[in-house]
Design a protein around this ligand. Structure first.
Ligand code: MCN
Length: 765
């Protein structure tokens, strides 16, 4: 049965916030262990080069230095593998090519910022000073920094085992049917879109404090994560140390957006040092180091064709997708650019014929991994821009064109041509509500007003759906413990990076038990239970549902204990609001009283597949044609994320994700120099992070239709804001510029690019 959480209300603030905003959070670099040493990494200063020699003697002799590690140490330890999630086959039964990712390279560097040497010393300063004494002799090789260039004949080759730099050739859908639909269509809209490479930039820099315990051979890893099991699995896959020999310690994590799910090479070299030197090893990344070595996100080039009949009905969609994987495959990157976009390749529309080809390329850049949305914003961006372009070409109102093609409510559950089954929702209702909410009809008057003030005004829309993550592990476990104090502890292995699970998971348990939220405390990552990390906006549907299942199990177990205490049969015992009562004897026993005599815990488990959050976001921009500066002047979001546990948190999630999406459309981009492969956006002086003032106000409404595959009826909420905001705002900018004759513009739609487009249109280019 689908259950909405209510009755105990949402707290005025997230329960974790007081701790976090008063500086009492414990982030990875807050860990300090007795006797710890400090690591500093020497990183490649070039994009592609053979290593001729590495000279570490001077560094090793520097005062305070304990040991200098190179790739030879990693190879000697057998640390030569890397975990990549994709195991399915591609086009024609082909396999993904997974070249070894060296923990520290011995023969060749493949991107600027790749760690080559680790210096360990008594102090961070000694380690850094000594690192400057390391001399690496390179033989430079030509570099390639874009996927398109990497796949072109004659491009510099990164890995011998990947001819033509092709990591994977994947396809989905029916190629013949899509080709036929396009050939027979009354109209075909065609465009090529860049989805830029961006840097996730969580607030907390990456850090790791690693201790080895020789007594039982365990490695204690204090690190920023999305969940302990994912980290243990990867570290074990790289090092062959059994998973149960890793104790991962993490309390607060200061953002991730997909970036903190990986076991990065640095951690495994710290393992070597911690064991050999018998002292904990601490490393904290600097912001610039992070820019050049933390995984990046997105980075696609997509050619799209949308076929329509005379009435604007969609007949077919064909995509040719080229993704940049960077120098090595990351754990999540290849799935983010194949399986994830294909799961919702039809978008919110009935499109009978679909085909997508996805080619993943190696380039001399930082590996690309999942980034908020992980492929879903990319596919939504392409589809939604094509739909708006088609609307403009056919002179149909973009909301009306959508209305004609939306999957109707009666078609749900809807099996898409690429094999997903969309759960329940009402797409026309979401669209109608968003159009009303944003005062779509009043736009012409607002545009006229802007024009009077010398500004261009554009209206953008995106109607999107996405699949939430299916999870790496087939089920989730949650333990709920009744302590002697009467407090209820909830143990989960999914790990909040800012999503507010202490509040929402606490609310779910409090609601199921009928007790105040203050009595429930979430402890994340403390107990090694089975289950998934936080990612793919699946934690609430997955671990959150199991919080309810486990809480109900606690009541059942408690019922028999209470029956014993009250000397009645369990079937005679009722439970409500934290109190067991015997039906006939009228005896009562509260959870708190039971806890004093019989503290106990239960483990609940459950399996939940994908949910399908969806929404319609309508945005308006104003552009100053003199400067090209774009301002988002209105933003209205209607989202169906199923039953909502905590509206304030969902709103916060949507706000954050919307701003991340708009940041990418209007400014953010990681740029590598195509000639040298140098990173040109290595600091916040060059990389345009979105600021708080980017969007004046986001207005949001829930349009919930409960999911049917989990006991809470929730759908994910953590990423959908990105998925919708990217196409919505890009469509708004295009709507403002199209009347001037600008028919195409790629992100980032920076002032310079917008201004140039306006000038080119004026002179007829
Ligand atoms: N929620 C709710 N009602 C719903 C759905 C969700 O109240 N119907 C609440 C949840 O209980 C949770 C939050 O909203 O507190 C997000 O829940 P969910 O959609 O289940 O997503 P996850 O918890 O799995 O979070 C992952 C998602 C992803 S994939 C990225 S990337 C992301 C994101 O969340 N990274 C974030 N949000 C982030 N927020 C912060 N602050 N930092 C990140 O790194």
């Amino acid at each position: 049965m689908v259950h909405a959480v209510h009755g105990h209300g949402a707290p005025a603030m997230r329960v974790e916030d007081e701790r976090l905003v008063t500086g009492r959070g414990t982030y990875a670099s807050d860990w300090n262990l007795p006797g710890q040493l400090y690591a500093h990494f020497v990183r490649a200063d070039r994009a592609h080069a053979d290593i001729v020699s590495i000279h570490v003697d001077a560094a090793a002799k520097h005062p305070g230095v304990k040991r200098v590690y190179t790739g030879e140490d990693a190879v000697r330890a057998g640390y030569t593998k890397y975990l990549v999630l994709v195991s399915y086959t591609g086009r024609g039964g082909s396999h993904i090519i997974k070249p070894a990712r060296p923990m520290l390279p011995t023969h060749r560097v493949r991107h600027v910022g790749e760690a080559v040497v680790m210096v360990v010393a008594d102090t961070p300063v000694a380690a850094q000073d000594a690192a400057e004494l390391v001399r690496i002799e390179y033989r430079d090789l030509p570099a390639v920094v874009s996927a398109e260039a990497a796949l072109a004949p004659g491009a510099p080759l990164l890995h011998d085992e990947a001819p033509g730099n092709l990591a994977f050739d994947y396809e989905s859908g029916n190629e013949t049917a899509a080709a036929a639909a396009i050939a027979q269509a009354a109209h075909v809209t065609r465009a090529k879109f860049t989805v830029t490479r961006v840097a996730p930039n969580p607030m907390e820099p990456r850090a790791c404090v690693l201790r080895y315990d020789p007594d039982d051979g365990t490695y204690h890893v204090h690190v920023c994560i999305q969940g302990i099991n994912m980290m243990r699995k990867q570290l074990s896959a790289i090092t062959d140390v059994p998973e149960d020999k890793f104790v991962v310690h993490a309390r607060d994590v200061g953002g991730s957006f997909g970036q903190r799910s990986a076991a990065y090479p640095e951690y495994t070299i710290q393992m070597l040092a911690a064991k050999e030197l018998g002292r904990p090893i601490k490393w904290t990344s600097t912001r610039s180091e992070g820019m050049a070595s933390d995984s990046h996100g997105r980075a696609n080039l997509v050619e799209g064709e949308l076929a329509l009949d005379r009435d604007g009905k969609f007949l077919g969609l064909r995509l040719n997708w080229t993704a940049d994987m960077g120098a090595y495959l990351s754990v999540t990157g290849s799935a983010s650019h194949t399986r994830n976009p294909t799961a919702c390749m039809t978008g919110v529309y009935r499109i009978p014929a679909l085909y997508g080809r996805f080619r993943l390329a190696f380039t001399n850049t930082v590996p690309v991994a999942a980034y908020r949305g992980a492929g879903r914003p990319d596919i939504a961006y392409v589809i939604e821009r094509l739909v708006n372009q088609a609307a403009a070409e056919l002179k149909i109102d973009p909301a009306e064109l959508r209305r004609r093609n939306l999957i109707p409510p009666e078609a749900f559950p809807y099996k898409t041509p690429t094999g997903s089954t969309y759960d329940a929702t009402d797409l026309p209702a979401v669209l109608a509500r968003a159009v009303r909410f944003a005062d779509w009809k009043g736009f012409a008057a607002r545009r006229a007003k802007s024009e009077k003030a010398g500004k261009l005004r554009g209206l953008g829309i995106a109607t999107v759906i996405e699949n939430t993550g299916a999870g790496l592990f087939p089920r989730d476990e949650v333990e709920v413990e009744l302590l002697t104090s009467g407090e209820i502890q909830v143990f989960s292995v999914s790990h909040s990076q800012g999503q507010g699970h202490e509040t929402t998971f606490g609310m779910i348990v409090a609601d199921a038990l009928g007790v105040p939220l203050e009595r429930v405390r979430l402890r994340q990552g403390i107990k090694p239970l089975f289950g998934n990390h936080t990612g793919g906006s699946r934690s609430t549907a997955g671990a959150g549902s199991v919080c309810r299942i486990a809480a109900l199990k606690l009541i059942e177990q408690g019922r028999s204990f209470a029956a014993e205490q009250m000397e009645v049969e369990p079937s005679q015992v009722d439970y409500a609001k934290g109190v067991f009562s015997a039906r006939e004897s009228k005896k009562k026993l509260s959870l708190q009283q039971l806890a004093k005599v019989k503290p106990f815990s239960v483990v609940g488990e459950g399996s939940v597949g994908s949910t399908f959050p969806n929404g319609c976001h309508v945005s308006e921009v104003e552009i100053d044609p003199e400067t090209g500066v774009t301002r988002v002047v209105a933003y209205h979001a209607v989202d169906d994320c199923g039953n909502v546990i905590n509206h304030a948190i969902v709103e916060g999630q949507v706000h954050g994700a919307v701003v991340q999406g708009v940041g990418q459309i209007l400014g953010e981009e990681v740029v590598y120099d195509p000639g040298t492969g140098q990173l040109l956006t290595g600091s916040f002086m060059d990389y345009c992070m979105p600021r708080a003032g980017l969007i004046p106000g986001i207005r949001m409404e829930d349009s919930p239709i409960p999911a049917t595959n989990n006991v809470l009826g929730v759908k994910g909420a953590g990423e959908s804001g990105c998925t919708a905001s990217m196409p919505s705002v890009a469509n708004a900018v295009m709507d403002a510029l199209r009347p001037l004759g600008v028919n195409h513009l790629d992100m980032p739609m920076t002032p310079a690019r917008v201004w140039r487009a306006i000038q080119s249109a004026k002179i007829g280019n």
